[in-house]
Design a protein around this ligand. Sequence first.
Ligand SMILES: [Zn+2]
Ligand SMILES: [Zn+2]
Length: 339
Amino acid sequence: MPPHPETWLHPRPEGLHCVPGDFFIDPTRAVDRAVITHGHADHARPGHRHVLASAETLAIMRVRMGEARAGAAQQAAAPGEIVRINGVGVSLIPAGHVLGSCQVVLDYEGSRAVVSGDYKRRRDPTCAPFVPVNCDVFVTEATFGLPVFRHPDAAAEIAKLLHSMTIFPTRAHLVGAYGLGKAQRLIALLREAGYDAPIYLHGALQKLCDLYETLGVPLGDLRPATVADKDALKGAIVLAPPSAVADRWARRLDDPVVAVASGWMRVRQRAKASGVELPLVISDHADWDELLATVEDVAAPEIWVTHGAEAALLRQLSLMGRRGRALSLIGYGDEAEQE
Ligand SMILES: [Zn+2]
Ligand SMILES: [Zn+2]
């Protein structure tokens, strides 16, 4: 009988540890051997000795932390390629979260666990879509694991932004969006909606937008906001990290319409409290319906929840006849980074 994944995959303070392979998935501190799902800072930490990840994730890590800190030895796995580590088959399958994001499929003596990393099921023109893989244990995030979280269609949120620009044609629209994934998805969705004017960027967003373009994701005419003529920003879209939207940086703009793109914008009080005039509910994480659909799609009898709102999800899983387990891993879901 194949060994149950709980005998060979253990939650540890550093993260999920594959015992026979002796590697960690998305470890929260520097380790000897790491498999990294994607480039967000809560999953991709600096200083590992050996890193296995998608080529895109490795490129993102090098841009964010520098060549030296992105891993002493870096090994890229192509989608679906099987890498053998001490008798464990490891393969990386797209997760649909940000460019290069992957689930980690682990096969050991006839038993299979899939570690999702962060994921979503909605279409995203900037990355490969999530591929469901049947498994014995599916390890999921639950950032939006409450029935109240049902993300609207992203294209409809983009339409809201474009509509606001017709109502306030002389005001800059300052949109808060995180630097890895959200900013590029927002730009790509605007381009898809037919918006081809220049989009102005806060300096912190430039490098990753450049990298996306290098890796084959076209983003159109992007210009630095900092050196732009004040008049050019009137009636334009300006993207900045959410922290910059709230601070001094935004004051260079004359009476901007302040927007933020995040799954958390579903929570009205949160939008209001942070002075957001135009909340855009655009998320790179699975919502409640996507979480449940994914559980069905991977046909796993058992689901482990790494982080997020797990109580409601665990209850729902038991109603669906699935065994659920809260891993309560610490150090993930830093909302300041990824949402
Ligand atoms: Zn993430
Ligand atoms: Zn995360």
